[in-house]
Ligand binder design. Structure first.
Ligand code: NAP
Length: 257
């Protein structure tokens, strides 16, 4: 039986752990050749590569801090050198640093904001810029940005700077869909609710259980299956969309987006 991503070449940023790892494994199961990217967790990245190989798939791992343009250039070059093209880019790598607007000391608040802006926003822009150069040549591409419900209006204490970075990803997704559509490139985002990973906290998980109609926290696989759909040609007429996967959260501050 034909698999949904047979022969496709994919980069998943931040795929040593959590949601990115689940996406990489699901993509490989669907026949994609994947690049596992990480910043620090070399051993974990290697384990993901080994797991993919044991499934009969193909993967390479490349260390690159997405907040550094030179690293991103090396990441993209590494994939092109190995596979010759890039069909799918999942911008998943991000960090979450807590900073309460009133309580956090000013300098610390600005440091948090700067660091997250560099990784969560500029990192995505760098990856899109470098990868799109290749996608445009092929007149084909799928870009999936991992945003968050934080960026479209849920509230959680101490996460305003993080939410700002994810809101930037929402608008970047819509604008890039507009700019890249004529070149056969689909750009969509996934906005997960609370998903059980190293990023989630026990209090966040408990709150999410109470505030979502399905009454459970998400799994990385819940997000990975949606990513497969957006990476496959089953979704070829969908672009510029932000698809929420949050178990039915009931605490949105606004529905205006
Ligand atoms: P996670 O478990 O903390 O994993 C983060 C991944 O990103 C790791 O592989 C990490 O690599 C990588 N990474 C971090 N900084 C990087 C950098 N500068 N360059 C390259 N890679 C970097 O996070 P997660 O929960 O899976 O989150 C994945 C995505 O989902 C993020 O965009 C996050 O904002 C979003 N999200 C998560 C939740 C949730 O509840 N978990 C909810 C909504 C949205 P290393 O292992 O090398 O550090």
């Amino acid at each position: 039986m034909a698999r949904r991503l047979d022969g496709k070449i994919a980069i998943i940023t931040g795929s040593s752990r959590g949601i990115g790892r689940a996406i990489a494994l699901e993509f490989a199961r669907e026949g994609a050749k994947v690049c596992i990217n990480y910043a620090k967790s070399e051993d974990m990245a290697r384990q993901v590569v080994e797991e993919i190989k044991s499934l009969g798939g193909e993967a390479l791992m490349i260390r690159a801090d997405v907040s550094k343009l030179d690293d991103v250039k090396q990441l993209v070059k590494g994939v092109i050198d190995r596979f010759g093209r890039i069909d799918i880019l999942v911008n998943n790598a991000a960090i979450m640093l807590r900073g309460d607007f009133l309580e956090t000391e000013d300098e610390e608040f600005y440091r948090i904001l700067d660091r997250m802006w560099k990784v969560n926003v500029k990192g995505v822009v760098y990856c899109c810029k470098e990868v799109v150069k290749h996608m445009v040549k092929n007149r084909y591409g799928k870009i999936i940005n991992i945003a968050s419900i934080a960026g479209i209006g849920t509230a959680f204490p101490g996460t305003t700077p993080y939410a700002m970075t994810k809101a930037a990803i929402v608008i970047l997704t819509r604008r890039l869909a507009f700019e890249l559509g004529p070149y056969g490139i689909n750009v969509n985002a996934i906005a997960p609710g609370m998903v059980l990973t190293d990023m989630s906290t026990p209090e966040g998980v408990e709150l999410a259980r109470k505030r979502c109609v399905l009454g459970r926290v998400g799994s990385p696989e819940d997000i990975a299956r949606l990513a497969v759909f957006l990476a496959s040609d089953e979704s070829s007429y969908i672009t510029g969309q932000v698809i929420v996967a949050d178990g039915g959260r009931i605490d949105y501050l606004t529905h205006s987006l």
